[in-house]
Design a binder for this molecule. Structure first.
Ligand SMILES: [Zn+2]
Ligand SMILES: [Zn+2]
Length: 137
């Protein structure tokens, strides 16, 4: 894979990066459930350096993580799609919502986090590395 590209439902928010993804992870936390409207959020973590966003409709919800650190949840103000998240605790990376990728076929989440709040209808794949809450730093 040479380049990661994607965007929101209406196409007003577009992003790309030429950097290789660092990991893919499924988050079962309550905040991701609320924001995604689903049982979990699947995220592809990429370096923030080289991550380029093009949009005039980008909105930000300033959330707070369990640690008390800020979590900036970016979404499209036109169509409402959650697109990516920045973590004050780790400014070197951004977490892209995997469902917004133009080609998500290669995504294979290695990690499941916040299993303590996982829903029975949000399956955790067998053999996955699981953490009850956030992975240790
Ligand atoms: Zn949109
Ligand atoms: Zn989460």
């Amino acid at each position: 894979m040479n380049e990661i590209k994607g965007g929101c439902l209406c196409g007003s928010v577009r992003y790309e990066t030429a950097r290789a993804p660092l990991m893919s992870a499924v988050c079962h936390c309550i905040h991701c459930q609320k924001q995604s409207g689903s049982a979990f959020s699947t995220n592809v973590v990429v370096p923030s350096a080289g991550f380029e966003i093009a949009s005039s409709t980008l909105g930000t919800f300033n959330d707070v993580g369990e640690s008390g650190a800020g979590v900036k949840r970016h979404f499209c103000r036109k169509c409402g799609s959650p697109v990516y998240t920045e973590l004050d605790a780790n400014p070197d990376v951004v977490a892209i919502k995997a469902g917004t990728l133009d080609d998500p076929s290669w995504v294979q989440p290695q990690v499941h986090m916040w299993r303590c709040s996982a829903k029975s209808w949000g399956q955790v794949s067998e053999g996955a590395v699981c953490f009850d809450r956030n992975p240790p730093a």
